[in-house]
Ligand binder design. Sequence first.
Ligand code: SF4
Length: 418
Amino acid sequence: MALEKRDLYRFPWSKNDNPIAWLEVTDICNLQCEGCYRQRLTGHKPLEEIKEEILFFKRWRNPDNVSIAGGEPLVHPQILDIVAFIAENGIKPILLTNALTLTPEFLHELKRAGLAGFTFHIDSHQGRRGWENRNEAGHNELRQHYADMVAVEGGLITVFNSTVYPSTFHEIPEVVRWGQANVDRVHGLVFITYRVLATDVNVAFDSESAQVDPGQLSYSTEHFSEDFVTSPEVYRMIKDRFPEYEPSGYLGGTVRHDSVKWLAGAMIGSKHGFYGAIGKKTMELAQIGHHLFNGTYLAYPGELSSVRAVFLLSPWDGTLRQAARRWLADVVRHPRRLFDRLWVQTIGIIQAPDVQPDGLADMCDSCPDMTVWNGTLINSCRMDEYRLFGGLLRAYERSDMESALTASSPGRVPEQAR
Ligand code: SF4
């Protein structure tokens, strides 16, 4: 079945009322991931500047959580103070980390400081020493190591991100299978499709229409000839192997009406497998209800004390009803499973910016990962364009531009392409 936006709930998030704020505490990292958006330009941010940004988010973003990102945030020398300051301000601090420096003792300190959870970024294109020859399935062992470490500490949200490359796309089901087997300790999986600007076929212009070298950006490469993976393709890949998978919410694109930039589903399952998912009505109720009672929308649901209670919404939600029926049928076949605990595990898919023929990039509409730069909110995935060129670039296929450029003043973007 094709993805239909009308069958999904469009998250009500906006620039000023969004469950996520993206805080970059450093651009230093101890890995060199192929899909990284950031390069080292300035180093660790001072604590006072970070506190100001957190207060800025509180005022202008109304976040439920602050995603503490980088670079690698765990290498910031004041990371415990940063976590504590976010928690003191009534916001959930979530660390986005490669976990290279994480130990059980460090983890314990982070929790004591008020940490709400982790999003671990682990995939097979990070060049981790000792893991170079492992594929995505092989990296499940590393995912397990960190999932178990957090489970021993307890009381923390645990999500795993991975970048999806054309070469690793077919391995997504192996990661989902691993997540399903760990439904008691993994609260979410996120698949982010890889995007890069190939400098052999693209040219770029800054906001003053002057030609610039996009090769300075970390998200550029000399040559890339493979087809980018899209969100609907990732959805299809998961759906074919796990028919119970149903997304319930989405964000579209800023340019294209038909793009799906964020797609989120919340699966219900036990250690025996997924029974199904919540549908768009339950997702809507969760977002509106959280906003009504807590004042913020929700991105990280955490652990529910009773997932069975969610089944009470089945009369209004056909997707949820199917999950409840599958669970009941399983209990009839295996009566002792009536007492097995049920869990919710989210599966998210993100399609990174796509450059369009008019030079603009199709971004995530109501981008959840906005950060602050020079006192304003910008998309974090493109911050290096601001840092290097003072603003967003436009990119065009070189072949389209060369003839137009010779007819215009050389080195400037021609009028018809602005
Ligand atoms: S537009 Fe926002 S949500 Fe989308 S990839 Fe960029 S930073 Fe992430």
